[in-house]
Design a protein around this ligand. Sequence first.
Ligand code: GRF
Length: 201
Amino acid sequence: KRGAILISGGGSNMVALLEAARDPSFPVEFVAVVSDKANAGGLAKAEALGVKATVFERRTYGSKADHEQAILDHLAAEGVEFLCLAGYMRLVSGSFIRPFEGRIINIHPSLLPLFPGLHTHQRAIDAGMKVSGCTVHHVTEGMDEGPVIAQAVVPVLTGDTAEALAARVLTAEHKLYRTAVTRLFGAGTATDDRQMLISLG
Ligand code: GRF
């Protein structure tokens, strides 16, 4: 399957996916990286890994719809059939999702449905959680609420700062994302949204 990765920042999850895709048995070949930010650190990392990276700055488009359409046109031109959002900090609309229905996924740094949105690590600490983790899920119009594909659990340690927990979760994200993609395509036929993979990070 021809895939693309959408980023807005450093792209460490993108790097993990691109490195996993070097294995010929990995079910996705990533042919494009797209960023909505020209200053995304992940752009140079993608090029260094041999994948063309293209910027679509939001402010150069008159509307969200125009911005999304420009990205969709680029993805269509590259024959992309599968999308991984990886640190892409923008909500995508229903008309963006529709052409990729069931084939657009995201990674979120919490155990959804707990802590959708931002600042997940501080919120987990403040709530007194003893575990946290990350979730790969199907992307739907709502924020961080699509069917869960896979989750990884990490401990919250006494005295953890948000930064310490974020680093621990990020390591688990890098492993989870490639495992989730493999399972999504590898195991069986249609993606059974209830197909749950629990891996202890
Ligand atoms: C990660 O925690 C990811 O889950 C969140 O953004 C953070 C940075 O991701 N969406 P990356 O290093 O840009 O992949």
